[in-house]
Design a protein around this ligand. Structure first.
Ligand SMILES: [Zn+2]
Length: 422
């Protein structure tokens, strides 16, 4: 490793861009490579003009916490750049996860995802407080997995500094390493902060949805229970259809009423929906047909599919419509882009549902939140939410499917379309 040159470098001196074979598009969800690594987060920066170019490995390292939204701990991060220093894929895997079942499949999927983004530079960054040697086995596993796809440049970030992984040249990486302040207070960090990015101390601090106060949770819980009882008592297709119509009304009403703008906060607290409405939405989403129709209402063109299914209350028809719409979201040829206002409203409603409803009703809202985050290109949040959904109900089918898509680092179609044309 010595002499590969990871010192604080003159721009452009190194690293040399790696040759990346063209492996074609990233394989689809449900491929045999569906990762089994649960503690894994990936992110793609959205192709927007304000994207901050990363000109050296130090820039790449400085950007990692901003791009993940939190400071990684006891993890390996793969951070790539594309041509002209455009930020590419960032993926984080917990060190312990890399020693677990399914790690090899997960790494194979990661390698395909990295190849699909055509990186010009790829850093493998070990974040640990236990000494680099203790994680050497997993570092070698990751290196082996990525070697056929891209040359990786190894780094270690420890509490007392950061240095080239295995670099023994004191003129390049002096003991104990370059000061972390150089990463945290540098130009790149400042640029991300100016662009409104924040870094939390952990994924939990970044993404956890605080529980609502007990009094409003009780109100929401009672409304949810009433709705669940009504669902059980509804008889025949007509009765069930009627219940579903009311359930979808609650969803639409919540989307319409929820406040998402900054002006909607009173004394810094977001203005909430009535707890009873939040509870009804929670119970509504527990019905699979209602949940799927609710999801369809968020996707442009999905309303059409909803109209085709409304009134029929036919599970197979809704399943078909849902599969078609999800296919459009995944396929870069169609590349349907989320409407920011619709996504913000749905997210606000679903977060309130999660803050209020009892544990048994949490999985559907968390799964839809994971879907919205993934679709918006926020891989770390998507991964965290889908993990929460599976914690709430490990048998929840849509969460399992989404977990597959997210952990193979498969970006939504519109992101892939943008990165292959730009
Ligand atoms: Zn060095």
């Amino acid at each position: 490793m010595t002499g590969r040159g990871h010192g604080i470098t003159v721009a452009g001196a190194h690293p040399q861009p790696a040759a990346v074979p063209d492996r074609g598009p990233v394989p689809g969800a449900g491929s045999p490579g569906c990762a089994l690594i649960e503690d894994m987060t990936t992110s793609l920066d959205l192709p927007e003009p304000s994207t901050i170019p990363l000109r050296s490995p130090h820039d790449v390292l400085a950007a990692v916490p901003y791009r993940l939204g939190f400071r990684p701990a006891e993890s390996i991060v793969i951070a790539c750049t594309a041509e002209r220093g455009r930020p590419g894929l960032v993926a984080r895997v917990g060190i312990d996860e890399l020693r677990g079942d399914g790690a090899a499949e997960g790494l194979a999927a990661l390698a395909r995802a990295v190849a699909g983004t055509h990186p010009t530079y790829c850093a493998l960054v070990l974040y640990t407080a236990r000494g680099a040697a203790a994680a050497d086995d997993v570092v070698q596993d990751v290196r082996r997995a990525l070697q056929p796809v891209v040359d990786v440049d190894g780094w270690v970030v420890a509490p007392d500094g950061y240095r080239g992984l295995g670099c023994e040249d004191p003129t390049c990486c002096p003991e104990p390493g370059h000061p972390l302040a150089a990463l945290e207070c540098g130009e790149i960090g400042a640029a991300y902060v100016l662009a409104g990015h924040v870094v939390a101390d952990s994924a939990d601090a970044a993404y956890r949805i605080p529980r609502a106060p007990e009094a409003t949770r009780n109100l929401a819980g009672r409304a949810a229970r009433r709705s669940e009882v009504a669902r059980q008592r509804a008889t025949g297709d007509a009765g069930t259809g009627c219940w579903r119509d009311e359930a979808l009304d609650a969803w639409r009403k919540a989307l319409h009423r929820v406040e998402t703008a900054a002006g909607a906060a009173v004394d810094g607290e977001p203005v909430g929906l009535a707890p009873a409405l939040v509870g009804r939405v929670g119970a509504a989403l527990a019905d699979r047909v209602v949940r799927d129709v609710a999801l369809l209402t968020l996707v442009p063109g999905g309303e059409e599919a909803v109209r085709a299914t409304t009134g029929e209350a036919d599970r197979a028809t809704v399943d078909d419509a849902t599969a078609r719409v999800l296919g459009r979201v995944i396929d870069p040829a169609d590349a349907v882009v989320p409407d920011p206002d619709v996504v913000a409203r749905a997210r606000a409603v679903l977060e309130q549902v999660d803050a209020h409803v009892p544990q048994r009703l949490r999985a559907p809202a968390l799964t839809l939140l994971a879907f919205l985050a993934w679709w918006a290109g926020d891989g770390p949040r998507a991964s965290y939410r889908v993990g929460e959904a599976l914690d709430a109900d490990e048998s929840y089918r849509l969460a399992q499917l989404l977990h597959c898509v997210i952990s193979t680092a498969l970006p939504p179609g519109w992101v892939r379309a943008a990165s292959s044309s730009g």
